[in-house]
Design a protein around this ligand. Structure first.
Ligand code: SIN
Length: 288
């Protein structure tokens, strides 16, 4: 994959493997060539940061539409407001706020998890509230061959009830949003391959996460726990991660097909982020 920056911008890698800062682009006014280059850069670098963009909610939505098809804000959480059904407000002062302080990939508890997420920093605590990402392809590629062969053959159940079941049952609305063509009224666990083949690069990555994966299919509970613990410890080794210190106006875009992330819960002042997500395909594994 060529690592070219979109025209008129510079792309500064954050580490040897993944993550990059993009400078010199105005995301509210990018052209089609720059959009295509950004899509390529996202697959190659997995998480891209655009410092100081200061987009409005509408401009964030418009930028997302240039990159792909937007989903509802979230399968369960209510959107920002009626004018922004695609915007998920992640506001630590919200009574329904759910800290993202567990490694996860967004919405893997649905059959079609989002391809990418686009997060904007609106209000930040004076310090803290960083987000980290883990590279699931680097993690897979650095496993030994026998363990790769084992995980290549496995499927896992992802269950949104772990984090969102309570909100769906006892939330203010009693139902979620439209996802996969249906209004979400319950969260039926779904099965995904443990190793996901990236639909654009063909690279394999681990596709399990402590937030939503409940167990491995067809093995005992103890075996499932042991395999998942091994994979989680490996995924989150420091050399497989990058960390971003947010500034108001920053925008981050990440590929949910090749990363996990974790929001540090180390702040007490209000932190407000706005997220939109791009519709994705059904994950497939090496056996397909
Ligand atoms: C998320 O989990 O998508 C949000 C991460 C963050 O708030 O930093």
């Amino acid at each position: 994959m060529t690592l070219t920056a979109p025209a008129a911008s510079t792309l500064e890698p954050l580490g040897p493997s993944f993550g990059a800062e993009v400078h010199g682009l105005d995301l509210a006014a990018i052209d089609d060539g720059q959009v295509a280059a950004l899509r390529q850069a996202l697959v190659a670098h997995k998480v891209l940061f655009f410092p100081g963009q200061d987009l409005t909610d509408d401009e964030q939505v418009e930028f997302g539409r240039r990159l792909g098809q937007l989903t509802a804000a979230h399968p369960v959480a209510a959107p920002l407001d009626a004018a922004h059904p695609e915007v998920y407000s992640i506001d630590s002062a919200d009574p329904d706020f759910s800290f993202s302080d567990v490694w996860h990939t967004d919405v893997t508890f649905m059959e079609h998890p989002p391809l990418a997420s686009i997060l904007r920093a609106v209000e930040l605590p004076p310090t803290g509230g960083d987000t980290s990402w883990a590279d699931s392809q680097l993690a897979y590629e650095s496993l030994s061959a026998p363990v790769q062969r084992l995980v290549d053959s496995l499927d896992a159940v992802h269950d949104g009830n772990r984090e969102w079941g309570h909100h769906l049952k006892h939330g203010r609305r009693g139902q979620g949003n439209e996802w996969d063509g249906k209004t979400v009224t319950e969260l039926t666990p779904v099965v995904h391959p443990v190793v996901r083949v990236h639909p654009e690069s063909g690279r394999k990555g681990l596709f399990v996460n402590p937030g939503f994966t409940s167990h491995i299919v067809g093995v005992s509970e103890a075996e499932s726990r042991g395999i998942l613990d091994l994979l989680y410890a490996h995924l989150t080794k420091p050399e497989n991660t990058v960390r971003h210190r947010w500034h108001v106006g920053d925008l981050g875009v990440w590929d949910n097909r090749s990363t996990l992330h974790y929001a540090n819960r180390d702040y007490t002042a209000q932190r407000v982020m706005r997220r939109i997500t791009l519709a994705g395909d059904r994950p497939w594994g090496p056996a397909r």
